[in-house]
Design a binder for this molecule. Structure first.
Ligand code: G6P
Length: 481
């Protein structure tokens, strides 16, 4: 039987530990979990092992209790995949995940540094980097140990950019794909990393046989970085390959879409219907502008709220006739930048409510507690969906919204999201830094005639479901053959 290994920081399941020591397992969401369904099941399905980090006390307890850390039962919902959770020392994990992956690499790929917050690479960054190397090596060791001869390994994202090279060094017989779920920085920005670190990141990804990205732009940026910053590299743009040190890496673009049927089924369940009723009671028959994000600097929530404010200033006819539902869910709260950003979002929201609110009109409803069925309910009701990231690998909100929409929603979409390449024909594209343009796009979206909105939404939903996760993942594995 063939074998597929998946490696990612966050695994497909997580465990919580209760006071009496009992463990409860929860299945995670995301494209990769759905994508696995495309390769599991069926007579000739490969054996699947998913290697991830143990992220909390529950995960660590589960890993310790399982023989050799391998949770063979965990994959019941995952078509029988086994899960191995790596118990990485807390200090190593925190430096690799917070200091390097989320504070440095994420900021570089999303162009998030500003002058007061410019990076400062010093002795402490070196220590953090060594932890990132150790974290990547822990994954490479586990994969090398568990892989059957000739197995395929699918390594995910910026947390694990060194692991492909490390795994190739340990097991040259394996076929490796690295998938970047984020954008990739252009060379002028990427080179703010210390030279040797930048080189290690690029060379790490080139350890894969196939380096895959969500959109053409990010794939090109990666190749541009290799061309500009890696000595001794050979690039064949027509064949889409990068060669170095006798090894050739194919470059691929695999856009991730949504599983339309599964999403619509979920959106029809009673918990979603109940929340839709509650939301409708709250906003009445007003027009609804919806945004749903993790509270993340790249999501550009503050400028989005500012655009809504400008809409109310410039087009006072909407006052009392529109409501904005802004769901900003918690994310990476260990990082001070994220805590400060959450506070900025709350301040901006409070300012709008104070400035425009009346006894019978709440212009803005900000929700910060994560509630997936409420998100689906809001998608169902939206007249306008606002998705305005500064930069985003793909952005699945832009795809899920039109699929779940009941009467058809207009999509105001940042041109800097990977999804813009696929949805440009029917979305209203905006420059995410241009608050006035975004405000005007919201106005146009609200004015759009019902039939036009419904027709555009239908085409957006078709584009959003064109490449469901199952195919997306199967295509990456096929690229290794
Ligand atoms: C977003 C990104 C992914 C990334 C994930 C990590 O979803 O699109 O590229 O892997 O964040 O989030 P986490 O909560 O694990 O830090």
């Amino acid at each position: 039987m063939s074998q597929v290994l998946v490696a990612s920081n966050r695994g497909p399941v997580s465990f919580s530990l209760s006071d009496d020591g009992a463990l409860t397992m929860r299945r995670g969401g995301g494209g990769l979990v759905s994508g696995l369904a495309g390769v599991t099941g069926g007579a000739d399905a490969p054996e699947v092992l998913w290697v991830c980090a143990a992220l909390g006390d529950g995960d660590r307890a589960a890993a310790r209790r399982a023989p050799d850390g391998r949770l063979d039962q965990a994959g019941h919902d995952l078509g029988g995949a086994a899960v191995r959770m790596l118990d990485i020392p807390a200090a190593t994990f925190q430096r690799a995940y917070n200091a390097v992956a989320n504070s440095t690499l994420w900021f570089v790929h999303h162009l998030l540094y500003d002058t007061p917050n410019a990076p400062h690479f010093d002795a402490r960054s070196r220590r953090d980097w060594q932890s990132y190397e150790a974290y990547n090596a822990a994954f490479a060791d586990a994969l090398a140990r568990d892989a059957a001869p000739g197995a395929k390994a699918a390594i995910q994202d910026y947390h694990l950019s060194l692991a492909p090279r490390m795994l190739r060094d340990r097991r040259p017989d394996l076929k490796i794909v690295h998938f970047s779920h984020t954008p990739w920085a252009p060379p002028e920005y990427f080179r703010l990393l210390p030279d040797d670190i930048g080189e290690q990141v690029l060379d790490g990804v080139l350890g894969a046989d196939h380096a895959a990205f969500l959109s053409e732009r990010w794939a090109e940026a990666f190749v541009d970085c290799c061309a500009a910053l890696l000595p001794g590299v050979k690039i064949d743009r027509a064949a889409r390959t990068v060669s170095r040190g006798g090894h050739t890496t194919g470059i691929g673009v695999h856009g991730l879409g949504v599983d339309g049927a599964a999403l619509r089924r979920r959106a029809a369940e009673p918990d979603v219907v109940a929340r839709a009723q509650a939301l409708r009671e709250q906003v009445g028959d007003r027009r609804l502008i919806v945004r749903i994000d993790r509270t993340e600097l790249s999501k550009n929530i503050v400028r989005g709220l500012a655009a809504y404010r400008e809409l109310l200033v410039n087009h006072p006819e909407w006052r009392g006739r529109v409501a904005h539902l802004a769901f900003a869910y918690p994310s990476r709260y260990d990082l001070p930048e994220y805590r400060a950003y959450t506070a900025a979002v709350e301040r901006m929201a409070a300012r709008i409510s104070e400035e425009f609110g009346t006894p019978d009109w709440d212009p803005l409803i900000l929700q910060v507690n994560d509630d997936y069925p409420r998100s689906l309910a809001a998608f169902g009701l939206a007249d306008v969906l606002l998705v305005n990231p500064i930069r985003d690998g793909m952005n699945l909100v832009a795809k899920e919204g039109p699929v779940v929409s009941e009467r058809g929603c207009a999509l105001v979409l940042s041109r800097e999201a990977g999804a813009a390449a696929e949805l440009a024909d029917d979305a209203l594209l905006v420059n995410p830094y241009d608050v006035s343009q975004t405000a005007e796009a919201l106005h146009q979206a609200l004015l759009m005639p019902d039939d036009e909105r419904a027709a555009r939404c239908e085409r957006l939903a078709a584009a959003a479901t064109a490449l469901p996760p199952q195919r997306w993942f199967a295509d990456q594995l096929a690229a290794l053959d």
